[in-house]
Design a protein around this ligand. Structure first.
Ligand code: UGA
Length: 434
């Protein structure tokens, strides 16, 4: 099939590349010339495991190309995906200016009927509104469908190739059938292709992300309660998780969720509710609990070091909002670094991928270390903010030698508290008894 994808951000680039990999002819379009030139030369603007290899192979084999020209890029395409950013705008709602701009441009150059598919996360009603705006301009008929994205950063290619489900919002059966044809190779026999109204498809994305964010804020609140009463959240997780109605997934306590999706989508859902004059009590609490949770590590450091925190050196392992990405948007580690700097502490950091992005924010205010052990040299405590695999089984003897004091604050419960005690570390996790 001939496909165009507008927007070569995270979603668009993964979508375009994976569709090319399955044999389609894909043109990826972006208005930023520098980005397009880079992609043509194989320079990938984001870190996503496996993506660079796929882009190289499919570009080389002629199934994947890049252009800045929207008119040229969509000319041959039967299906045009819109994957432009919808950042948080004023009052917490999604800023849709990118979607409207692309819709107008497509409508202006449309010469034959095509299916436009909104991949970006957009408030309910955007599909209908885009179709309305485009109809005023276009000279030929077209369809607008919705196909929300459920990829996780760091596992995007795997998620694309093996989706739990594909959701499509379409008003005409022919449109749904065409998209089914495109996605069928990826659907394992027991995984459904779900056709619904565009409104329901748009809503599905928010409901999914809001529920996932709710699980995280819920377990974080419970973890804090465990800590206050001397219970152990790891034991409690086992106690609840075997109940099939509850399960184990997405109930890991930590330092709060970050990234480009949950924080923005929870706030957009609040905005959707309030703009209809409805309450959004659950989502407001989820957001509030999450913001507070991002301060938990600092609170623990302050309680441990008291006034001496200002003259302490703190090492931070893990800066990205989660492992296997260089993305630091809304990352809890940044909230911790800000608070430590405000306190006057010296901060030494290590992350396998995110250092360049963090450097762009903090410049020479903190020390950057290529190796995890480099960061803890002469540090008074180590804080783990993101659970990269390389932190799971370090040489604790070396760590004890390098640290000025054997103190670890673990924001992701990576280590076994009993083992840490046996090794002579003062160790504090999230939701664990003293
Ligand atoms: C999330 C959703 O999981 C995807 O399904 C969705 O497609 C995507 O948003 C999106 O809307 O584009 P992502 O933001 O990449 O994906 O990351 P997640 O793996 O979901 O993690 C989000 C945050 O929650 C991370 O900061 C992670 O550390 C935190 N988290 C996750 C926890 O604190 N505890 C958990 O149990 C799980």
């Amino acid at each position: 099939m001939k496909i165009a994808v507008i927007g070569t951000g995270y979603v668009g680039l993964v979508q375009g590349t994976c569709l090319a990999e399955s044999g389609n002819d894909v043109v990826c379009i972006d208005k930023i010339a520098e980005k397009v030139e880079g992609l043509k030369r194989g320079k990938i603007p984001i870190y996503e495991p496996g993506l660079a290899e796929l882009v190289h192979r499919n570009t080389r084999d002629g199934r994947l190309s890049f252009t800045t020209s929207l008119a040229e890029g969509i000319r041959e395409a039967e299906i045009v995906f819109i994957a432009v950013g919808t950042p948080q705008g004023d009052h917490g709602g999604a800023d849709l200016s990118g979607v409207w701009a692309v819709g107008t441009q497509v409508a202006e150059v449309l010469e034959e009927p095509k299916i436009l598919v909104i991949k970006s996360t957009v408030p309910v009603g955007t599909n209908a509104e885009l179709a309305r705006r485009m109809k005023e301009i276009a000279r030929v008929p077209f369809d607008v469908a919705s196909n929300p994205e459920f990829l996780k950063e760091g596992a995007a290619i795997e998620d694309f190739n093996k989706p739990d489900r594909v959701v499509v919002g379409a008003r005409r059966e022919e449109v749904a059938d065409k998209l089914h044809e495109l996605y069928a190779p990826f659907l394992r026999t027991d995984r459904p292709f779900l056709v619904m109204s565009p409104e329901s498809a748009e809503m599905t994305k928010y409901v999914a992300n809001c529920l996932l964010a709710t699980k995280i804020s819920f377990i974080n609140e419970m973890a804090n309660l465990c800590e206050a009463y001397g219970a152990d959240i790891n034991e409690v997780r086992r106690g609840i998780g075997h109940d099939q109605r509850i399960g184990f997934h997405f109930l890991h306590p930590g330092v709060g969720y970050g990234g480009s999706c949950f924080p923005k989508d929870v706030r957009a859902a609040i905005h959707m509710a309030t703009s209809k004059g409805m309450p959004a009590r659950m989502m407001e609490s989820v957001d509030e609990v999450n913001e507070a949770q991002k301060h938990v590590l600092f609170g623990k450091l302050k309680a441990h070091f008291k006034d001496a925190l200002g003259s302490a050196t703190i090492a931070v392992w893990g800066l990205a909002f989660k492992p296997r990405t260089d993305d630091i948007r809304e990352a809890p580690a940044l909230v911790l670094i800000d608070a430590l700097l405000k306190e006057g502490a010296t901060v030494r950091v290590h992350d396998p991928e995110a250092i360049p992005n963090v450097k762009a924010i903090y410049g020479d205010k903190i020390a950057y270390c290529d190796r995890p052990y480099g960061a803890i040299e002469q540090a008074d405590a180590l804080v783990i903010a993101t659970e990269w695999n390389e932190f799971r089984n370090p040489d604790f003897e070396v760590m004890r030698r390098l640290l000025r004091q054997p103190v670890i604050f673990d924001g992701r419960n990576v280590y076994d508290p009993a083992r840490m005690a046996a090794l002579g570390f003062a160790y504090e996790g999230i939701g664990l008894p003293p």
